[in-house]
Design a protein around this ligand. Structure first.
Ligand SMILES: [Zn+2]
Length: 270
């Protein structure tokens, strides 16, 4: 065997070791993070931010703690615009984000690297496409953003002013629902052509019904902002699913059932 071959072979073995070893090391790191129990302060913050967490079935409650610990350990939190991200802020964001993946367990926003937190709403310059494909160049003021699977941006003021009971406003749930939506091409965890077709059929029917009511000036159960497009509909419906589950189940039962399948959770029973 020539020296060239030996080098090529060694390089090949090294690449193979990395391909096999990297996920194993990541899994090991994750197990270690999951084993770390939340501190007393973190646990208190979780109860304060998710008051209904106390009513969760014990296995789900414990799992939420584990996922929150993984999220805090794995993701980088960056304060922007002079904000310092405190441990309590991290719990508030992580625990609410992990609520969406609580029924799935294996998924902790694996490709997400960082969460950027601004003190209040922030300005994003860019190109915006409307539903007719018209592109406008302008700056927008946003409470949250998640177009890219490696980062999510949030306004702390908006995280902090989540809706009172009966008002489904939750920017963390909204943005992380967008994350799952983008990551899956609009059908989180829905596998198979027939199931995806069924989901999009339901989504479009609910979206059309909402638009019709909003256009007629009638009361809509979901915030009329949901009528923007499929993505906003899913994000707003997810806020209602976790914040006002019983009302959503009563007002839009087919949508509630579809979301319960997607998230593998039944928050109306909590
Ligand atoms: Zn949105």
């Amino acid at each position: 065997m020539t020296a060239g071959w030996v080098i090529a072979l060694a390089a090949g073995i090294a690449v193979l070791a990395w391909i096999v070893g990297a996920p194993l090391a990541a899994a090991r790191r994750r197990r270690a993070l999951a084993a770390r129990s939340l501190t007393e302060d973190e646990r208190r913050a979780m109860q304060a931010w998710l008051p209904f967490a106390r009513g969760l079935p014990v296995p789900l409650h414990d799992r939420l703690g584990r996922l929150t610990a993984i999220f805090i350990g794995e993701k980088e939190f960056t304060g922007c615009g002079g904000l310092t991200v405190t441990p309590e802020m991290k719990v508030a964001i992580a625990a609410q984000a992990c609520l969406l993946v609580l029924g799935r367990n294996t998924h902790v926003y694996d490709r997400l690297r960082s969460v950027l937190v601004y003190p209040s709403q922030f300005v994003v310059p860019g190109q915006w496409h409307d539903e007719h494909g018209v592109v406008t160049e302008e700056s927008r003021v946003l409470a949250g953003e998640s177009w890219d699977v490696s980062r999510v941006i949030l306004s702390w003021e908006d995280v902090d002013s989540r809706g009172a009971p009966g008002e489904a406003y939750n920017v963390v749930i909204h943005e992380f629902a967008h994350y799952l939506d983008h990551e899956s091409g609009g059908a989180p965890w829905i596998a198979g052509t027939a199931a995806r077709r069924r989901w999009f059929r339901l989504l479009d029917a609910e979206l059309e019904a909402l638009r019709a009511r909003a256009d007629a000036g009638a009361r809509t159960f979901l915030d009329p902002y949901a009528a923007e497009d499929r993505g906003e509909f899913f994000a707003v419906a997810s806020e209602a699913f976790f914040e006002e589950p019983a009302a959503l189940a009563r007002e839009m039962p087919a949508l509630y059932r579809a979301l319960a399948d997607i998230y593998r959770l039944d928050p109306a029973a909590w």
